[in-house]
Design a protein around this ligand. Structure first.
Ligand code: FES
Length: 109
């Protein structure tokens, strides 16, 4: 079973089980996970879906595109050079990345 685990700044955790591959941002919005805004609808144009990916999953992530790189420069919470990604750019539940755990930043706006 593929899962996305969201660790909140207050220590709470949400674990979503996926029926099909899904992006971190879209899955959060559909399931009312707090702390993920997704203002631009997944176009890599707002950075309000910023997440910190846990170390053990970093090697399985897709490359950062130019658009994502630009948005990661303007995140509301400080960028972590290794772990910061846009949740709308990472699909989970397919080959290579079956599950993931992310930390939700303090602020998105
Ligand atoms: S939802 Fe806007 S950059 Fe991800």
């Amino acid at each position: 079973m593929s899962t996305i685990t969201y660790h909140q700044p207050d220590g709470q955790t949400q674990v979503l089980e996926l029926d099909q591959p899904e992006r971190i941002m879209q899955a959060a919005l559909k399931n009312s996970v707090p702390g993920i805004v997704g203002e631009c609808g997944g176009q890599a144009m707002c950075a309000t879906c910023h997440v910190y990916v846990r170390e053990e999953y970093l090697d399985a992530l897709p490359e950062i595109s130019e658009d994502e790189e630009e948005m990661l420069e303007v995140t509301a919470s400080e960028r972590d050079e290794r772990r910061s990604r846009l949740g709308c750019q990472i699909e989970v539940g397919g080959p290579g990345l079956e599950s993931i755990e992310v930390d939700v930043p303090e602020e998105q706006i």
